[in-house]
Design a protein around this ligand. Structure first.
Ligand code: BG6
Length: 511
């Protein structure tokens, strides 16, 4: 039997990506919304970084689509500026020149004429640049346009792959406003592209530390025996940001923290922390386990006690005075959009029965940090007196997603000296210290995965709809409550969030 070497490797299946190349085959990408913030800050730099790492094919072609009347040179200048400002890897003239050769701009609205021009451009590229009919369409546009873009892609024949070529569509969040609208969107997209050609981006899944959750849980013997309701007291999933919303009113007002972050990033983190071991590290097996755990997840009631939300008011971020949300440009001063959201979820399974999962996210909080803390119950019996363990808390495993990526274990240890005193200590694993390789940016990995047809790190339509099903009752409850509480910028959220945990005898970690 001869062993065949695949020309690409799923990072979840083969850890050693140095031995086997993961280079995308002939292909190109069209970005709708190329002049937007996401494309400029993340997508264009990520494409350059992939090119710089030699992971894109020689004839890779980047097509921007938009309303501007740009020449090829204008587009090249724009992309170059974005790359110079945002790329992770060094700027190298010869890499840039090759990428620039394949950069084209097609002017158009989401109407027939624009898409006919696009179709003609792609056909030309297939001949001149060898893209071979393989195109990924990146919808970095507000969801209101998804339907028009999909319809036009279908009408112009662009959605249809040839026998030996592929067409894929990449969709950015927010994927719907609730379960109903997410369903409608899924129907719109799936009427044009088969589900296997749809890649919904949740960039948290592209983060190295998020993928490490699976390695930590399933490659080790150490954690799994404790990973259940017998030993775990509760889980806290935190995504805190210090930035405010200046300049993002158009996107954020009316959406808020829960739809922006909990529905996607945090519920995905919960699924990875709580799911059962997949039969294999195959996309369908991973997705099946995530779906199973999401189906078993629901809010804990009553929602007036188990959720909290807030809106930042003026305060201090470090030594800088900052304004409140309602003073931010573009926000309705009467806006009820929350910038802080916390909720309590439960998982109806043997493993997790009775273990609360606390999720929280907010803007203008104390500092930028994303972490998952699995907090353990106290030992059932203590031979040490209360006074010998005044500084002993609950054991915890904390997965630090960012910054200072790593894993921390908190447990009790004897304080040196003749008295017996037990106190919390931290054992800290840091990516930066343990490995010399730098992690790729989340978008780099995800864009490459689309070109490689590797769907493991992309939520399916079912996952998206289930996440909304979990969140919808909370959103409906909040919608009936009027204005959220205020919290001062630079603090850790509204007092109601503290009360939410205090009621259960617990406190939030101060990361
Ligand atoms: C995005 C949200 O999905 O994630 C933003 O829309 C948020 O509001 C961003 O700022 C944070 O991403 P990261 O990777 O910086 O944690």
């Amino acid at each position: 039997m001869t062993a065949t070497t695949p020309d690409w490797v799923n990072p979840l299946r083969a850890a050693d990506d140095k031995r086997l190349p993961q280079i995308a085959g002939p292909s190109g990408m069209v970005i709708f919304g190329v002049t937007g913030d996401l494309a400029r800050r993340k997508l264009l730099p990520a494409i350059y970084d992939l090119a710089n790492r030699g992971l894109l094919p020689a004839g890779f072609t980047l097509v921007g689509f938009g309303r501007r009347t740009w020449s090829k040179q204008d587009f090249e200048d724009y992309v170059r500026e974005a790359v110079e400002a945002g790329a992770r890897t060094k700027f190298r003239e010869h890499v840039w020149e090759r990428l620039a050769e394949g950069a084209h701009f097609v002017e158009g609205n989401f109407d027939e004429a624009g898409f006919d021009r696009l179709a003609a451009t792609l056909a030309e590229m297939d001949t001149t640049r060898g893209t071979a009919g393989n195109w990924a369409f990146y919808l970095s546009v507000p969801p209101d346009y998804f339907s028009d873009v999909c319809h036009q892609l279908q009408r112009s024949g662009l959605a249809e792959a040839g026998e030996d070529s592929w067409r894929r569509v990449i969709i950015e969040k927010p994927f719907g406003h609730d379960q109903e609208t997410a369903r409608e969107l899924n129907q719109v997209v799936n009427a044009v592209f088969p589900e296997k050609a749809v890649f919904r981006i949740d960039h948290y899944l592209g983060k190295e530390t998020v993928q490490n959750i699976l390695a930590l849980r399933f490659a080790n013997q150490l954690f799994d025996p404790l990973w259940n309701s017998h030993y775990v007291d509760h889980v806290q999933i935190t995504m805190a940001e210090d930035i405010g919303l200046g300049g993002r009113a158009g996107y954020y007002d009316g959406i808020g923290a829960a739809r922006d972050v909990i529905q996607n990033h945090l519920i995905q983190l919960l699924a990875l922390i709580a799911m059962e071991e997949p039969v294999a590290f195959e996309p369908t097996e991973l997705q099946a386990e995530k779906v199973k755990v999401l189906r078993a997840t629901s809010p804990v009631y009553p929602l007036n006690k188990t959720t909290a939300r807030g809106q930042y008011t003026a305060g201090w971020q470090g030594s800088q005075p900052v304004i409140g949300l309602r003073e931010e440009e573009g926000f309705d001063p009467e806006s009820t959009t929350e910038t802080y959201a916390a909720c309590t979820l439960q998982i109806h399974s043997r493993r997790w029965a009775g273990v609360p999962f606390y999720l929280r996210t907010g803007k203008r909080l104390g500092r930028r940090v994303t972490e998952i803390a699995v907090v353990f119950k106290e030992a059932p019996h203590q031979p040490f007196t209360q006074s010998q363990r005044t500084s002993l808390g609950q054991n915890a495993v904390v997965i630090r997603v960012q910054p200072d990526e790593g894993v921390l274990m908190r447990f009790g240890s004897k304080v040196p000296g003749s008295a017996m005193e037990v106190r919390d200590v931290n054992m800290d694993f840091s990516y930066a210290e343990a490995f010399t390789e730098e992690s790729p940016e989340a978008y780099e990995r995800l864009i490459l995965d689309v070109l490689l047809d590797e769907p493991s790190l992309f939520p399916t339509n079912e996952e998206v709809e289930l996440s909304w099903e979990i969140l919808d009752p909370i959103l409906d409850y909040w919608a009936a409550q009027g204005r959220p509480d205020g919290y001062r910028a630079g603090t850790w959220g509204p007092a109601s969030a503290d009360r939410m945990l205090e009621r259960t005898g617990r406190t939030w970690r101060r990361p």
